[in-house]
Ligand binder design. Structure first.
Ligand code: PLP
Length: 438
């Protein structure tokens, strides 16, 4: 009886959301809490709620749904794999093809891949690998960085509550990321100041012996912040100078998102280790650490069962990643992301000319950011409550976008069409025109 009652879930969006809220733990993503959406299905870059209302999705599950929703090729591949086999660590056809494909696409001689299920898990594994190889301990991240919420990455993730769940692991340090949009000076001076800070952390906090420097080629969670040209290359050089490995956390920037296959490619940088996830699996929880033969052979990381996990690279995960990456390559989605991203940035720049309440339009490919500001002259960031209103106004017009804080983040499916991008710009323009104080 009880089971029957629970099954008869109400279909109305509001009651479905409220029913779930009674039982789901607090702490769900802000975008889900603020929107109160209950999604019925998605197609392409469109999500449809249980009331039948359609939304253009510029969020894509925070850069996860690279092929959009229910891509026919993806659905077919996963269905076929489910009917074959989905669990286990034995060699499977999709995994064997996947590791070869990743080796072909990854820069330099990064030809070895190990799979995991989530981003933080992969970053923690990359840290374990760096320590296994260098026999050193210290890891350096950057201000504004985000690498997940597990203990092993909290010290290098900018999260305001992290000290409340301590003690946090030691041996992790933070240098200053070059955010040109907040720096008082030129891009060159900004990069220089960051490199100076990095060197000071290496010398003073790591006794000149860091195991690794970990960096996001574009900082996603901080607001899609693009470092000055040449900065990644300079960090690469400094890592080599001190015998540290460079870990590029390409969780968001990987696999076509920025208009090239990897974020590091924009600076011609080959990291020692790359962490990938999110868009690589098109929605299936799969992440990975990619490195060289030599580094991946380091013990204890390489010992039998030492780098493995329950779900990492299982046949279903492998089929999801294989299909997603193949589609990105075969449908030329990196180049598509570059051109639609430019359309979005050009449109946002034109809007900024008209309204002056958006500023610092930035990004690469379909990783786009801008700031909501009080006025063009001061460029002071808008109060959070006003941003939430902006988010709700966009949502009311059928646009889903991470714009409930002033540092707006846009990362739609890589298949976003030009007419859809244009529609998003029209909505943003209309909302800014209507909203006083925005
Ligand atoms: C660059 C980066 N690394 C790691 C993570 C953590 O990924 P997950 O949430 O899957 O643990 C994220 C998540 O947003 C990320 O943006």
């Amino acid at each position: 009886m009880l089971v029957e009652a629970k099954r008869a879930a109400p279909l109305d969006q509001k009651s479905l959301f409220e029913t779930e809220q009674e039982f789901i733990a607090p702490g769900v993503q802000t975008i889900a809490l603020l929107s109160e959406l209950a999604i019925d299905h998605g197609r392409g870059s469109t999500l449809v709620d249980v009331n039948g209302r359609a939304y253009l999705d510029l969020n894509a599950g925070v850069s996860v749904a690279s092929l959009g929703h229910a891509h026919p090729r993806y659905v077919r591949a996963l269905t076929e794999q489910l009917e074959a086999v989905s669990v286990g660590s034995f060699t499977s056809r999709p995994r064997a093809e996947l590791v070869k494909l990743i080796a072909d696409l990854a820069p330099g001689d990064l030809t070895r891949t190990q799979f995991f299920s989530g981003g933080a898990e992969a970053v923690e594994a990359a840290i374990r690998l760096a320590r296994s190889y260098t026999k050193r301990t210290d890891i350096i991240g950057f201000t504004g960085g985000f690498h997940g919420k597990t203990a092993g990455v909290l010290p290098i993730s900018e999260i305001d509550w992290k000290t409340s769940v301590g003690p946090l692991p030691t041996g992790q340090h933070v240098a200053v990321y070059p955010d040109v949009t907040t720096f008082d000076g030129t891009a060159e001076e900004c990069a220089h100041a960051s490199l100076k800070s990095l060197r000071a952390v290496i010398e003073e906090e790591c006794r000149g012996r860091p195991a690794a420097i970990i960096i996001e080629p574009i900082q996603g969670t901080a607001g899609n912040i693009v470092p000055p040209d040449g900065f990644l290359a300079a960090v690469r050089q400094m890592a080599a100078e001190y015998g540290a490995l460079l870990i590029a956390d390409e969780m968001i920037t990987g696999f076509g998102r920025t208009g090239k296959m990897f974020g590091c490619d924009h600076d011609g940088v080959v990291p020692d280790i790359m962490t990938v996830g999110k868009g690589m699996g098109g929605g299936f929880p799969v992440s990975a650490v990619i490195s060289t033969d030599e580094i991946m052979s380091a013990k204890p990381f390489s010992l039998p069962s030492a780098s493995s996990s329950s779900y990492g690279g299982n046949p279903l995960a492998a089929a999801a990643a294989l299909t997603t990456i193949r589609t990105i390559v075969e449908e030329n989605l990196a180049a598509h992301a570059a051109s639609i991203g430019k359309l979005l940035r050009d449109g946002l720049n034109a809007i900024a000319q008209r309204h002056g309440t958006i500023a610092n339009i930035r990004g690469r490919g379909l990783l786009v950011g801008f700031d909501l500001v009080t006025d063009a002259n001061s460029e002071q960031l808008l109060a959070k409550s006003d941003c939430v209103q902006f988010f709700k106004d966009c949502l009311a017009r059928g646009l889903i976008m991470m714009c409930y804080t002033p540092r707006v983040r846009i990362h739609p499916p890589l298949i976003l069409r030009a007419d859809e991008a244009q529609h998003a710009l029209t909505v943003i323009d209309e909302v800014l025109a209507q909203t006083s104080g925005c």
